[in-house]
Write a new protein. Structure first.
Lengths: 251, 628, 246
């Protein structure tokens, strides 16, 4: 190849929540083993677009660089995923980067996923505990099989990819979204966490709750951690129905 | 003191979250400040596990053995009373995590499983699949969220901590922080502040740490008077996978499962590794350490790799790289033994380690040193008195430090899987201590005048303005890269005084240049360049502390290695042999001189270094470390 | 933050779950069941107009009891109206992006919504068509079931419109059973959902064939040849009273 190998980006930018979006293209020299974040880091140090114009460096979120912190979600060539784990060599060029669309935009590729943390508050995503002091006895035993199911869900890094892909979750919908539902399922299956099942189930039985899932099942397909979200959703379908019956006929 | 006491915790990793939890439990309101949502803190990167003696494997493991391993692992350079508490309370910490619902891996009986980790003989490490740190962090995050729901905790996420607010007595009475959205700086009152801002490995450019582990907050409190200790002790992990953005950790297990480390015999050989015949490969670990071969301890492996690459010029293609080769092992074997680990290499390098040798190099991994913190000794138990406002107190009254940013527990070297423990435990202790302080203050303290807060706020705002309006030509991102290159070149695995002097010179220059940054981003909204420029200035300050501390310590201890001062164990000689006794005498004399904490104080002329004795009352060093 | 907590007494909070569960249920019973019955009755024409008349008569026995209208309203019109109303509202809450996520499940999700809309438009047109007179339409006469149906279906537009209506309603119902099983937590794992997918697929194909075949039969039948079959006092068709040609 006579032409020098380059990495070609097309990035959707926006200066702030109220700014107008625009596209900007960048080219940098190819080097092996780049991922989207490492390339963005290079561009941040050399902020020049394809027209040779010096521009404000692109703003994005990242931290762990190993696909565990969930910070760097963005839409890469039409797929919501973690930028740190998106190898340049595996991507078709020009590589198109867009911010997640379902969360309020902060700047460029950075969005505000506070909604997801608020959801965790709402669903009481914790095991109720008297206090962090030692009570001099073991927590209840958990079968290895049960642990391994819970483990799948405990890896959810609140990255928001599943939320982005869900047609029922968007900026004007009340739907709580798939990731928090996975957390309800996880906490409901803990031997003492389940003492608060009723609270968690009630939290997802109102407006924007579990029933707003339309079974599009995109969530489970884009989740970078392969979390079985649709299993959780179906199981919660059963749990909430039972809860409704209890509320109706027992109370 | 304000009518209602309030405590600020800066940092929401394991350390910060534990501290917040303890404080909230005591009914005192806590404000958590974090540069990003706490759930994304670096603690989530820890994969291996967390140590505690539960002795579930019938090995007669004992807490005393954990204490001994920790002290010896740290080459005695840590105050021992707090280590006693750390190890004694470790099982309780794990039990509490278990109650929080951490998905610890289980035995068939449903009890917590434990595995073997570096540097110890017993299976003492509890783990949750391959993501222990993530699981522990999330559990702590969930409990703090419960307190948040109860209105006891307020989170300020996406805030950059800038400085402490000190009153005219030099007492810490609050902080200033910058909202990373609108870049506004605000001052906040507090009756005690805990910093739990994690490690500083980004000073080495790329490291195994998260890309926000800059150590800048620690540098900020240091510049305001908090003493820094043992900064020269940085752990380097031998098998990092160097990347453009970070060096991902390649587990030691690869060497354990037969991985062989080699370089081409011919310098600068650019052939595909598989085309290089066996006789043209240099398996230097196997050659230099025939007894252990590829499974030599971490520090030995790191130094050997540096020797092959830096001294002999044998790095792959002339670069800082060597091969970690598993291709001779059958794929099936590798997949069952190392599945997840190899998957990680595939994900981030797009190459299959079963087919192609991996490329690795030692990488900055952990900092044992950090902000100096005190403890209250319990003369009766010989440990740390558990409830005292002195524990984890820094040299600034009212300021506490916990987690990786403090210097306690790990001495000159950290034992694998001990730092998730120390981060959690120290958070707990620091939280209790801050509560004790705040409760003890009663109504005695006088109200902090608004002007003190405003002055500090103004000072920070001026700092921002000078950066934003500066029209120098230094790019802060480039400066950071240069700083990293400098530190990796001269203050790395192997050190020598001439090299460190070069580093110090270079740092001096960088310090000057960092004052003349020019930002390509002049926006007043979500301006990451501004925050980064400030952090780079602070990293350079800490780099100087590290380099200076390393320059002054003329010995080899733990992770700090200067060949010139190495005391060599006489080969094949044991207790009783005159040669060995001579060695032992030298070792004792060296301890006499160097078994001391390096304590650094910030002055306008740079770091001032002093030494402070180590509390070795639990296990005095009688015999040299001897792994033979 | 604490203000994320919701007011459990708000109307939406209180009845949201119930409404959504009733919507789900109404899709199966009675609406889905009606569709099955309706398709079977229509398909009975394949066995001849008498068979069809017989089937219609079975239903119209209710008329003799004077409860046909209430039953129709209670078990057909109201449930459809309810299901359609809530369904349309649900439809408005989603924003499918099938170009970005061209997965089968996502397409199914989007098609479920489109078919629902088409189905309701079709049903309205259909009711108009068979119960009131619109151009080309006839009031359905239950006593001359086949004849009046054939008359009604005579117009040219009926073929494609009805075919579309049948296909949409059937797809919507079959896929609806599949999602119903998830909604109520019957099929949980991907394996069970795949298996139930096959079953629903078969139900859908059978219903669609029944509907289309009936439609084709109505369109191709020669009405002028039809006579009213004798009806017994009990409403039974006399055995052997098969209508014949000239
Ligand atoms: C790859 C890797 C693997 C590891 N594996 C293990 C292991 O298996 N076992 C083990 O015991 N240890 C392990 N460690 C070490 C361990 O993970 C860390 O020491 C520990 O997690 C540190 O916790 P922390 O709470 O001190 O800090 P962190 O988790 O780093 O948290 C720092 C907090 O400070 C905040 N902060 C930083 N800067 C600012 C600022 N300017 N303003 C406001 N807030 C700020 C951040 O937002 C964050 O919340 C590993 C480390 C690495 C790098
Ligand atoms: C093969 C295509 C179809 C034919 C030939 C057909 C024929 C008819 C006829 C003849 C009637 C009048 C019956 C009566 O009043 O007793 C009728 C009623 C009705 N049809 Fe259809 N239909 C078809 C498809 C559908 C479909 C797909 C639906 C959608 C669910 C539907 C819904 C209805 C409804 C709701 C009524 C009114 C029921 C009532 O009055 O009790 N039809 N249809
Ligand atoms: C008339 C217009 C209709 C509209 C607008 C409509 C809309 C919808 C929508 C949006 C759903 C998805 C609900 C969800 O995912 O939560 C749905 C489900 C369903 N619909 Fe309809 N529908 C209509 C008619 C029908 C008809 C005629 C039938 C029966 C033949 C039917 C049977 C079902 C079934 C069985 C479900 C599945 C319920 C579940 O998932 O639990 N619908 N409908
Ligand atoms: S469920 Fe998966 S995609 Fe969704 S937030 Fe969690 S990790 Fe991300
Ligand atoms: S994509 Fe959305 S609609 Fe349901 S199955 Fe997943 S939450
Ligand atoms: S940076 Fe943490 S997931 Fe990508």
């Amino acid at each position: 190849m006579a032409e020098k190998k380059v990495i070609h980006f097309k990035i959707k930018r926006q200066n702030g929540p109220t700014g107008a979006p625009y596209w900007e293209e960048f080219k940098m020299d190819y080097a092996p083993n780049h991922n989207v974040v490492s390339a963005l880091m290079y561009l941040r140090e050399h902020p020049v677009n394809v027209d040779g114009k010096k521009i404000e460096p692109v703003v994005w979120d990242s931290n762990c660089m190993e696909e565990v912190c969930g910070a760097c979600s963005m839409i890469i060539n039409d797929v919501p995923r973690q930028a740190c784990a998106a190898l340049i060599d595996d991507l078709e060029q020009p590589i198109v980067l867009e911010p997640l669309t379902k969360f309020p935009l902060i700047r460029d590729l950075m969005v505000d996923r506070q909604k997801m943390f608020d959801a965790l508050l709402k669903i009481k995503a914790w095991v109720p505990m008297d206090g962090s002091w030692d009570i001099h006895r073991h927590a209840p035993l958990i079968a290895a099989g049960e642990q391994s199911v819970r483990y799948l869900f405990s890896r959810c890094m609140t990255c928001g990819c599943c939320m982005e892909a869900c047609p029922q979750f968007h900026q004007d919908s009340a739907f709580i979204g798939p990731a928090p539902l996975g957390q309800v399922k996880m906490h409901n299956s803990h031997p003492t966490g389940k003492y608060a099942n009723e609270d968690r189930l009630h939290a997802i039985m109102g407006d924007g709750g579990l029933t707003d899932c339309g079974n599009a099942q995109n969530c489970v397909k884009v989740c970078p951690k392969d979390i079985p979200l649709t299993d959780a959703i179906a199981q919660l379908g059963r749990q909430t129905t039972m809860q409704w019956l209890r509320d109706m006929f027992v109370k | 003191m304000a009518a209602k006491p309030k405590i600020i915790v800066v940092g929401g990793g394991l350390g910060g979250l534990w501290a917040a939890m303890r404080i909230a439990e005591k009914g005192i309101p806590v404000d958590i400040f974090s540069l990003f949502p706490v759930k994304r803190s670096h603690s989530c990167c820890a994969q291996g596990g967390i140590n505690a003696v539960l002795d579930v494997k019938g090995e007669n493991d004992s807490i005393w053995q954990h204490i001994v391993d920790t002290i010896k692992g740290g080459d005695y350079l840590s105050d021992q009373p707090p280590i006693r508490n750390l190890c004694e309370e470790a099982p309780a910490v794990i039990r509490t995590f278990d109650r929080m619902g951490v998905t610890f891996s289980r035995t068939p009986e449903g009890i917590m499983d434990q595995r073997l980790f570096g540097g110890v003989k017993n299976r003492r490490t509890a783990f949750a699949g391959g993501t222990t740190g993530q699981q522990l962090l999330y559990a702590a995050d969930e409990q703090v969220r419960a307190h948040e729901a109860a209105g006891k905790v307020t989170k300020h996420e996406n805030w950059d901590f800038l400085s402490l607010v000190l009153d005219d007595q030099g007492v810490c009475r609050g902080i200033t922080a910058m909202d990373m959205g609108n870049m506004q700086i605000h001052a906040f009152r507090a009756d005690a502040v805990i910093v739990a801002t994690g490690g500083l490995a980004l000073i080495y450019g790329r490291s195994t740490m998260s890309s926000n582990s800059t150590g800048a907050p620690a540098a900020r409190v240091y510049q305001q008077g908090a003493k820094f200790a043992n900064a020269e002790f940085i752990q380097f992990h031998p098998t990092g996978m160097p990347g453009h953005d970070k060096n991902r950790l390649m587990s030691e297990a690869c060497r354990g499962e037969g991985g062989r480390i080699w370089v081409p015999k011919k310098a600068g050989d650019v052939r595909d590794p598989l085309d290089i015949p066996e006789e043209e490969r240099f398996y230097f670990l196997e050659e230099w350490y025939p007894a252990y071969g590829n499974t030599v301890p971490r520090d030995v492996a790191s130094r050997a790799i540096c020797r092959a690459v830096r001294h002999m010029g044998l790095g792959i293609g002339g670069k800082d790289l060597v091969y970690l080769d598993l291709t001779h092992q059958p794929r099936e074997f590798l997949e069952t033994r190392l599945g997840g680990i190899l998957e990680m290499y595939r994900t981030f390098f797009g190459e299959d380690p079963c087919e192609t040798p991996m490329k690795i190099f030692p990488s900055t991994h952990y900092s044992m040193g950090g902000i100096w913190v005190d403890f209250e000794k319990d003369e009766q138990t010989g440990g740390m008195a558990r409830v005292s406002p002195k524990n984890h107190a820094t040299s600034i009254p009212g300021l506490y430090a916990c987690g990786e940013c403090d210097f306690a527990y790990h001495g000159a070297n950290r034992l694998g899987a001990n730092s998730l423990l120390s981060a959690s435990f120290s958070g707990m202790v620091a939280g209790d201590a801050a509560v004790a302080r705040v409760k003890g203050m009663g109504k005695s303290g006088k109200e902090l005048p608004e002007s003190t807060l405003e002055n500090e706020r103004k000072r920070q705002e001026d700092g921002n303005k000078s950066i934003m309006s500066s029209d120098g030509r230094e790019n802060p991102f480039a400066l950071h890269r240069e700083l990293g290159d400098l530190m990796r070149e001269h203050v790395f695995v192997e050190r020598d005084n001439a090299g460190i002097d070069k580093a110090l010179n270079g740092i001096g220059e960088l310090k000057q240049r960092a004052r003349k940054v020019s930002l390509d981003d002049r926006a007043s909204w979500a301006n990451q360049s501004l925050s980064w420029a400030r952090q780079v200035q602070d990293m350079i300050m800490l780099a100087e502390v590290i380099a200076k501390s390393a320059r002054m310590r003329d010995e080899c201890r733990g992770s700090h290695y200067k060949a010139e001062f190495e005391l060599k164990l006489p080969e094949g000689k044991f207790e009783g042999d005159p040669e060995y006794d001579e060695y032992k005498a030298k070792w004792k004399a060296n301890n006499e001189k160097w078994l001391k904490h390096t304590i650094v104080t910030h002055t306008d002329d740079g770091p001032r270094i002093e030494y402070k004795p180590v509390d070795i009352s639990v296990l005095p060093p009688e015999k040299p470390r001897d792994y033979r | 933050m604490a203000d994320a907590a919701v007011d459990p007494n708000a109307l939406g909070e209180r009845y949201h779950f119930l409404i959504r569960r009733l919507h789900s249920l109404s899709g199966i019973v009675p609406v889905g069941v009606f569709l099955c019955v309706h398709m079977s009755v229509n398909a009975s024409v394949l066995a001849g107009p008498a068979r069809f008349q017989f089937a219609v008569d079975q239903i119209h026995k209710l008329a003799n009891l004077g409860i046909l209208k209430p039953v129709e309203v209670l078990f057909i019109f109201l449930p459809i109206a309810f299901h359609a109303y809530v369904g349309a509202w649900i439809w408005l809450t989603g924003k499918p992006e099938i170009m970005r996520y061209p997965h089968l499940d996502n397409i199914r999700y989007a098609v479920q919504r489109w078919t629902g809309i088409i189905a309701i438009v079709f049903i309205l047109a259909h009711l108009w068509h068979v119960h009131w007179i619109i151009p080309g339409g006839t009031e359905f006469d239950a006593h001359a079931a086949a004849e009046s149906a054939v008359n009604a279906m005579a117009s040219l537009w009926v073929g494609p419109v009805y075919a579309l209506g049948v296909l949409c309603a059937v797809f919507h119902f079959a896929n609806g059973i599949w999602t119903f099983l998830i909604t109520w937590g019957v099929t949980i794992g991907p394996g069970s959902q795949r298996r139930s997918g096959w079953v629903c697929g078969i139900i859908g194909v059978v219903l669609a064939l029944m509907g289309l075949a009936a439609l084709a039969k109505f369109k191709s039948m020669d009405v002028s040849a039809l006579q009213h079959p004798p009806v017994t006092a009990t409403g039974k068709v006399e055995p052997g009273a098969q209508t014949t040609g000239h």
